[in-house]
Ligand binder design. Structure first.
Ligand code: NAD
Length: 355
């Protein structure tokens, strides 16, 4: 029997017990059919204590390598900070554990290549956490585009605004890749998914408007970004990103076709959300509220992939292409000019075919 499989049940370890990790853990601790939460790993004592209290039946370890050696563990969810994703994923693949890795996949494209190669070599699934692909509203919009309901697709606009003040490490663009990575990876993936094409060129501009405390020590930090894009199939794209907006979590897409338009996400009913007295329902406070069902559908599909042996719906190649766009966007901000992306094609396995 395959390691970490009890019959067809998949034992799951969650690596990184922060905001995203605890959401995954709650899914695998009873909500995802055919799976069982075996343990969580986190080097921070406070995170371990919170995880232990919330999941008393699970092992809680400081070192994820301990969980990779547990024969009950068949799969891992990587929800540690992005800079640790590649190292953990390669170790998990070498240990023969299937991988669901949170977005952004990694910090650089070579890191993504190492993850894709390790998963292929050790014959494990590698899925990236673009859970919007499992959101019913996003999936319905994609189907309508494919059915031609708005005619030929011309332009996809996608924005994500997050409410919270960045964590200190996020101020350092070298350590975080900035809001384009942490916030807009989802928008980048949605544009690739809806257009069915790859980014050809991006032009981004950014600034720091809401985080004065970071201006002196981190002059490259930005809390607001806009990016225009062209695609290889001729379509156009626009991405907006904002951190620290305070008013709530805001994720919206508009797809404009030759014969119509499609909206995903609830446009705010109020013209202003600053005044508490105004009527209308407030935007969700967090991505955890807006995408809870999508997270569950994503985690459920990951287990189904392992059980059936079929490839994941969101592959390592999808993760790598988003990282490539983040890198190009950040370069465009630094150099103040449009950046062309060099073309890559891929096998279904995620392996890259060099042009
Ligand atoms: N899909 C989404 O919409 C979504 C939402 C939030 C976060 N994320 C992603 O999930 C990841 C984690 O983000 P978060 O907001 O949960 O962060 P967080 O800071 O809340 O939690 C991260 C946890 O990882 C732990 N950690 C640090 N180094 C580790 C290591 N080497 N091994 C194991 N654990 C380690 C930290 O102690 C912390 O408890 C990031 O890549 C982030 O981009 C995705």
């Amino acid at each position: 029997m395959e390691c970490g499989m009890n019959g067809t049940e998949v034992g799951v370890a969650v690596i990184g017990a922060g905001r995203a990790g605890l959401l995954h853990a709650a899914n695998f601790a009873g909500r995802v059919p055919g799976s069982r939460l075996i343990g969580l790993a986190d080097p921070a004592p406070g995170s371990r204590e919170a995880a232990g209290q919330r999941f008393p039946a699970a092992r809680v370890e400081g070192d994820y390598a301990v969980l990779l050696r547990d024969p009950q563990v068949g799969a891992v969810v990587i929800a540690a900070p992005t800079r640790a994703h590649a190292q953990i994923a390669v170790a998990a693949a070498r240990a023969g554990r299937h991988i669901l890795c949170e977005k952004p996949m990694a910090m650089t494209q070579p890191e993504c290549d190492a993850m894709i190669d390790a998963a292929a070599r050790h014959d494990v699934r590698l899925q990236i956490g673009f859970m919007r692909r499992f959101d019913a509203r996003f999936a319905a919009a994609k189907q309508k585009i494919e059915r031609g309901e708005i005619g030929d697709l011309v332009l996809v606009k996608s924005l994500t605004h997050g409410p919270s003040t960045p964590r200190r490490w996020q101020y350092d663009i070298g350590a975080s890749n900035g809001a384009l990575a942490e916030v807009n990876s989802h928008d980048i993936d949605t544009l690739r998914w809806f257009t069915g094409s790859e980014f050809e060129q991006v032009y981004a501009m950014a600034g720091n408007f809401r985080c004065p405390e970071a201006r002196t020590a981190f002059p490259a930090f930005y809390d607001n970004v806009v990016m225009t894009a062209s695609f290889r199939n001729g379509m156009q794209g626009f991405i907006g990103g904002a951190l620290s907006v305070g008013y709530g979590y805001d994720a919206r897409v508009e797809a404009l076709g030759a014969r119509g338009v499609l909206f995903v996400g609830q446009p705010p009913e109020r013209t202003s959300v600053a005044g508490a007295h105004e009527a209308g329902s407030p935007p969700p406070r967090s991505w955890r509220d807006l995408f809870r069902d999508a997270y569950l559908a994503q985690d459920t599909d990951f287990v189904a992939c392992i059980q059936s042996g079929r490839p994941p719906r969101v592959t390592g190649f999808d993760g790598k292409m988003a990282v490539a766009v983040v890198e190009a966007g950040n370069r465009s901000i630094r150099e103040g000019r449009p950046i062309r992306l060099c073309g890559e094609r891929t096998h279904e396995s995620g392996a890259v075919i060099r042009p």
